[in-house]
Structures are given as structure tokens and as C-alpha cells.
Design a protein around this ligand. Sequence first.
Ligand code: HEM
Length: 421
Amino acid sequence: QELSSSMYNLSERYGPVVTVYLGPQRAVALIGYEAVKDALVNQGDDFTGRGPLPFFMKVTNGYGLAISNGERWRQLRHFTLTTLKDFGMGRKGMEQWIQEESKYLVARIHGTKASPFDPTYFLSCSVSNVICCLVFGQRFDYNDDHFLHLLQITAAILEFTSSPSGLLYDIFPQLMECLPGRHHKLFTGIEELKKFIRKNIQEHEDTLDMSSPRDYIDCFLTRANMEKDLPTTEFNNDNLVPTVLNLFAAGTDSTSSTIKFALSVLSKYPKIQEKMQQEIDTVIGRNRDPFMQDRKSLPFTDAVLHEIQRFMDFVPMGVPHYTLRDILFRSYRIPKDTLIFPILHSVLKEEKHWVSPFSFNPEHFLDHNGNFKKNPAFMPFAAGKRACVGESLARMDIDLSPEQSSFVNVPRTYRVIATPR
Ligand code: HEM
């Protein structure tokens, strides 16, 4: 709420497009649904750039999907979206993988024998395993220490980049390099993550059969092989390692934190939990897995899951974009090399679009007859050409993974309740 009130004070005084300086770096904050949509969707071509954020530049050297621009970004983005779709992202094929993984998760929950447990690592493992199947063609055991260690590193990346120290690193990188702090340990951890990815790529190269690609890495290597004599190709190891890192890191903690947040919200609102359970029991019953197509028969559950993402507001400041040339936006001239912050918080909590922006209220997504109702200001994945590449996968994970599956398959003892610390 504090972020909101300062945001709205700013926008009331200066309008929805506000220039700020982060040290020497000029930045523009876009505040409210209209400004964010105008920029990212209506004027999308001017706003697809990504800024050279020092932390990510150090980790990737400017390579890979999430940090690149221009032709490199276009090739990697198009390839990633089509390959993930070919492997079933947002479709039936992926549904089976997620259902399969849910079974391991549910078994793990059974293993706790109804004693209180922290779901953090179970959830990270299960969400990450879906990405690992897609990218590496394999899943890992929930007791695999090396896998758990890699997950700790991805969690530390998220924690650092959303902390004040992470912000300071992006504003004063040279100074931060000289100062002690946890970022040094984090960079060492990221090198370990890259070593694991390189080893995995090498194993793929050794066993590659171009006529039947097993996963994302195989598809990438096949394309690299086909284009090896093309000077403009972006399909090389410089781009493969950081792109795999992007998918693995961006895909794991975002989704598992959302599911964990869902569990904590449901424990706080037992009546909502009960109503959701009743709907699931009526529509799906207790003897089969949930399917994506059940969603349209579960308007209340669907509304709760949307509201969880809106209320959670996972990327409040958005991931910064960048102007690659001088542009004119509304009546403002925004110079080249300006960081653009599409403030997603100001969209997901804007009074104009939500009846009670700061309360958890599934009615935001329900009409008077209890049917699911879309709201264009629901933008947790941002919007436009640079919007989250994993949106349909994340939505499948959230819809099929813990709430529904565990409610369907787990005995009643496992109602979500918060335990006192
Ligand atoms: C609840 C889960 C998730 C949320 C809330 C989320 C949110 C976002 C947001 C806000 C962006 C920035 C878009 C922009 O630049 O305006 C983004 C980008 C991205 N996300 Fe996600 N994400 C989620 C899950 C995933 C998953 C599962 C994957 C991987 C399969 C993924 C991969 C990426 C990548 C690679 C980008 C960069 C895309 C680019 O620069 O072109 N995300 N995400």
C-alpha cells in the first residue's frame, strides 16, 4: 500500500509517465493500466528493448533471450516460443507431464504423515522438474542434493535482484564490485549453475539424433547445426547457455512462489478454501486428476487462482524495458537509452479497475451470475511482444499443480492450514 500511495502521489502530480534518475541512469516509470498498455501493446515496437542491467549483463555478457535485443532477441524469442509450444506448452502434452509431476509432489506430501511441513522445496522441485523435462529432457529426485543446491542458487538470484542491494548493484555496479556482500557468493553460485548447464549440453551433443529431438536443448543444437554456415545465426553456445539459464531460473521460483503464496492465502481464508474444494469435488470428484479443460467448469476456482496472482503482485516494478532510439510517447519525447519501468503494481492494484484493490477478493473475476469474468488489467506476466515467454506453462502449473491435485488426491487431513511458528 505504501508503494501504491507514493506511486499515485507521483502520478497525480506528474501524470502517468514520470522520469526519475537512478544514479546516472535516466528511467521512466509508466503508471496505471492505460499508460502501461499504451506503451507495451499499442506502441509495442518502440518498447520491446531490454536495458543492459549490470547484474544480468555480468551473468550473461549480453547473450540469451531475456537480456538481448534486436535480431538476436527476435531469433531466440521466436525459436523459444515455437519450441516450447511444440513440446506441448499450454497444450495436452504438457498437461500429462504436469499431472505426472503432481503425483511425485502428492507422494512427497503424503510422506510427511500429516505433520506440519514447509512446502518451499517440494514446490520448487516439482515446478522446476516440469521445466527440466522440457529443457534437459529429465526430471530430478526431490532428494538429489545437487539439484536442491541448484534450486537454492536460483532462489538466491530472485532474492538478490529484488532486494535493495540488487538495486544498488544495478545503479553502481563498479562500486558494488569493490564492496563486500552476498553478491560475490551469488556470482560463484551462478558459475556452478552454468557449469551444470554446459555439462548437460555436452551430454546432449554426444547423444544427439537430429531426426528426433528429445527436448529444447536438442532442438537448439539441431538448429545450430543446420545454420552453422550462416554468418547471421544466433544459434550458438554463447546464446544457448544463458537462454537455458533464463528458462530454468525465471521459470522455477516465479511459479513455485506463486503456488506457495496460494497456499498461504488459502490458509488465511478458510471459507474461500472450503468453497473452492466444494466446487472441485462437484466437478472433478476425488478419483481422477484435474485437466485444463475443467477450468471452464470451475469459475470460482479459476477466479481464486487469478485473484491470487493479482493480489500477490509478483513483479511489482515490472522487468525494465529500454528505448533503443528516441521515441515519442503520448506527448513526451523519451530519449534513446532510457530505462522503462512498466509498474505492474500500479495496474494490478489500480482503483479504477478493481473494486477493492488491496483486499483478497475473488469477486474481482466473477460476474453477478458467478461466471468467470476477465479483466484486461490482469497483467502479472506484463503484456505485448516482450511479455513472459512462460505464461501458458506457468498458468498450467498453477492450475494443475498443488491446489487442485492435492485437494483431489490427498486425504482430508491435508487441508491447508498455517502452523504457528
Ligand atoms: C507465475 C509465474 C511467472 C510470472 C508472474 C512471470 C512474470 C514475468 C514478467 C513480468 C516478465 C517480464 C516481461 C516484460 O519484459 O515486460 C517475464 C519475462 C520472462 N519470463 Fe516469466 N513469469 C512467470 C513464469 C515463467 C516461466 C514458467 C518461464 C519459463 C518457462 C518464464 C520465463 C520468462 C522469460 C525467459 C522472460 C524474458 C522474456 C523476454 O525477455 O523476451 N517465466 N516473466
